[in-house]
Design a protein around this ligand. Structure first.
Ligand code: FES
Length: 170
């Protein structure tokens, strides 16, 4: 059965083929992951944060789809030169707009990229032992979505393992 190609914007396709800031950052100040290694949709964000809380460098690794790679690439460009507060305020819709719009079934891929960035920002302040006023106590939509995906992946992997055990015992 053939599947119709997803209506990706030319920007998404371009960033998927030539992503910017791809790769682990060896001198990162902070990093965070979101998603699940079980289903393969996992993303890591690395930030180099200067003493004035400005992000001087950002990079990512992604085992997600084209939409995830493109949004992560765009996001790492958008946060460069921003303060942590400025980076925190970038929502997934803004990133989606910058890549020319995500197909509806791929919204979560952009959300996951922003979820990883926000985790990295939270981690930065956790390590420093201080919390600025602008950082909310509660998880934001993007962080909740990352947690949801991780929970879902755990359930699926448990089901798969249970199914395997059953077939092994036959
Ligand atoms: Fe999972 Fe895009 S990151 S489908």
């Amino acid at each position: 059965m053939s599947r119709a190609p997803l209506p990706y914007s030319s920007k998404i396709l371009e960033l998927f083929r030539n992503p910017k800031n791809l790769g682990k950052m060896t001198d990162a100040t902070v990093s965070a992951e979101a998603g699940s290694p079980v289903c393969g949709d996992i993303i890591a964000i690395y930030l180099k944060v200067e003493s004035d809380e400005v992000i001087s460098k950002a990079s990512f690794e992604s085992y997600g789809c084209a939409a995830n790679i493109a949004t992560a690439s765009m996001l790492t460009e958008m946060v460069k030169g921003k303060t942590l507060e400025g980076a925190w305020r970038i929502g997934w819709k803004e990133v989606s707009e910058e890549v020319g719009g995500l197909p509806a079934v791929k919204f979560h891929c952009g959300v996951l990229a922003v979820g990883a960035l926000r985790r990295a920002i939270r981690e930065h302040f956790k390590v420093r032992g201080s919390k600025p006023d602008w950082l909310p106590e509660q998880d934001t939509l993007e962080e909740k979505q990352a947690l949801e995906e991780e929970k879902l992946a755990q359930i699926l992997s448990k089901r798969l393992l249970a199914g395997k055990d059953q077939s092994d015992s036959k």
